[in-house]
Write a protein that binds this ligand. Structure first.
Ligand SMILES: Nc1ncnc2c1ncn2[C@@H]1O[C@H](COP(=O)(O)OP(=O)(O)O)[C@@H](O)[C@H]1O
Ligand SMILES: [Mg+2]
Length: 242
C-alpha cells in the first residue's frame, strides 16, 4: 500500500482539499483507495459522506481522536487492503508528532499558499520535517504543492521565486478556482467534473499522480473513466434490457 500524508502545520493551506481531490482522482483511475482523516474538524470525512454513491468508491477511516503514536489506525487501514491511503492531518500539529505521520508515509505532500506568512511557515515546516519528521534531503518523499494559485499575480511570482530556491520538488500548481469549492460541497474531486469544466485542472492532478506512482498514467485514467462511464450507463438501463 502506498501511503501519502498531506501535512502543513498551518490551517487553511488546502490540506483537506488536496487529500479529498487526490483520493477521488486515485479512485477515478481505477485504484482502491482509503481516505484517513486525523483532523478533529473532519472535513475529509464530511466530504466523503456527501460523495454520491455512483462515484468510484473511497474507503473512509475516521482517525479523529486516535493517538497517532499508536499503529492501530494503520492496522485498520492495512486490513482494508487498499492500494493507496491518503492521510489528511490536523493543523497546529505539535512538531514532535510529525514523525508519527511521516515514518510510514511513502510520500509527504506539503501544500503552500502564495502569501508571505505561508511561505515563512513553509520554510519552518520543511526544517521541522527534516529535524522531527525523519525526512532526509534527497530521499524523494517530500513534494510541495503550490495551493490556490492565480497566475499573473505578484503573490504567485513571489511564491515561485521562494520555491525555486528550495531543494524540494514542486509537484504541481493547484488553481484557485470555484471548481474546488463546488466539489467540496458535492463530495467530488475536480477531475470528476465534466471535461469542459475540469480542463484547466487536469495537468496538476496528472503531475501529482505521476510523482506518487509513475505507473498510473493519464491513459490508464482515461480508459478506466471510460469503463466507469459505461458501467454507469449500464446501471441506468432497465433490468429487462440487460
Ligand atoms: N484550490 C482552491 N481553490 C479555491 N478554494 C480553495 C482551494 N483550496 C482550498 N480552498 C478553500 O480554502 C479553504 C481551506 O481549505 P482546506 O482544504 O480546508 O484547508 P486545510 O485543510 O489546510 O485547513 C476551504 O474553504 C476550501 O474550500
Ligand atoms: Mg483540513
Amino acid at each position: 500500500m502506498i501511503r501519502i500524508a498531506v501535512l502543513n502545520i498551518k490551517g487553511g493551506s488546502g490540506k483537506s482539499t488536496l487529500a479529498t481531490n487526490l483520493a477521488a482522482w486515485i479512485a477515478q483511475c481505477g485504484r482502491h483507495v482509503a481516505l484517513v482523516d486525523y483532523d478533529p474538524q473532519e472535513s475529509a470525512t464530511a466530504w466523503l459522506n456527501r460523495r454520491p454513491a455512483d462515484r468510484p468508491h473511497i474507503a473512509g477511516v475516521s482517525a479523529k481522536g486516535s493517538d497517532v503514536r499508536l499503529t492501530r489506525v494503520y492496522r485498520l487501514v492495512d486490513a482494508l487492503n487498499t492500494e493507496f491511503a491518503v492521510i489528511d492531518t490536523p493543523a497546529a500539529l505539535p512538531v514532535q508528532e510529525l514523525i508519527y505521520y511521516c515514518r510510514d508515509a511513502h510520500k509527504v505532500l506539503l501544500p503552500v499558499l502564495p502569501s508571505r506568512i505561508d511561505t515563512d511557515v513553509c520554510a519552518r515546516m520543511i526544517r521541522h520535517l527534516h529535524v522531527h519528521g525523519g525526512i532526509k534531503k534527497g530521499d524523494g518523499r517530500l513534494g510541495i504543492i503550490a495551493s490556490r494559485i492565480r497566475l499573473d499575480t505578484l503573490a504567485y511570482k513571489q511564491l515561485k521565486k521562494f520555491l525555486a530556491i528550495l531543494e524540494i520538488p514542486v509537484i504541481a500548481d493547484i488553481r484557485d478556482s470555484q471548481n474546488y469549492v463546488r466539489c467540496a460541497e458535492l463530495g467530488l474531486g475536480v477531475t470528476e467534473l465534466p471535461p469542459y469544466q475540469r480542463g484547466a485542472d487536469m495537468a496538476a492532478w496528472e503531475a501529482i499522480l505521476r510523482w506518487i506512482h509513475p505507473a498510473d498514467t493519464p491513459e490508464r485514467a482515461a480508459s478506466s473513466e471510460h469503463a466507469s462511464r459505461i458501467a454507469q450507463l449500464v446501471n441506468l438501463l432497465p433490468d429487462r434490457d440487460l
